[in-house]
Design a protein. Structure first.
Length: 147
């Protein structure tokens, strides 16, 4: 396997990005955006992150050795990281968040913003037509209506 340059690297000290990258890693794990063989191989650690028993930053330091690389991500994960992190939206969203006490609070604040990039909203017309189709499918037989 050829190792690529890191997309993101853990920085410790005064300018630490530990919490922010931890929140990102948590999102990648909970939405299955890591490479499937990595998710399988590290299934226990992934499950612990999902259950909030292990922080994303701890997964980043122990499993990913401090780097998020392209080969760690699924195709969908690479598209997400490109659209959200490499575009600068990640840093913009971080700048808008007030001080938080924990990585989990940061994840809670960032998650809706990350989800908006991961699953953009469907156009309103499309959502309405989907509701109509679902309503037609879900009509239950009842008493005969007079026509």
């Amino acid at each position: 396997m050829v190792m690529t340059d890191p997309i993101l690297q853990l920085i410790l000290g005064r300018e630490s990005n530990e919490r922010s990258l931890g929140a990102l890693v948590t999102f990648l794990i909970t939405h299955r955006l890591l490479e499937p063989t990595l998710m399988t191989r590290e299934g226990s650690a992934c499950a612990r992150v999902t259950m909030q028993d292990l922080k994303g930053s701890e997964f980043l330091t122990t499993v990913l050795v401090g780097d998020i690389r392209a080969e760690h991500l699924s195709d969908e994960g690479r598209r997400f990281v490109s659209a959200y992190v490499e575009s600068g939206r990640f840093n913009e969203d971080l700048a808008l968040i007030d001080s938080v006490d924990s990585e989990w609070e940061l994840y809670d604040a960032l998650s809706p913003k990350m989800m908006a990039t991961f699953k953009p909203k469907a156009p309103a017309g499309l959502a309405q037509s989907a509701k109509r189709v679902a309503a037609k499918i879900l009509q239950f037989p009842g008493s005969k209506r007079s026509e």
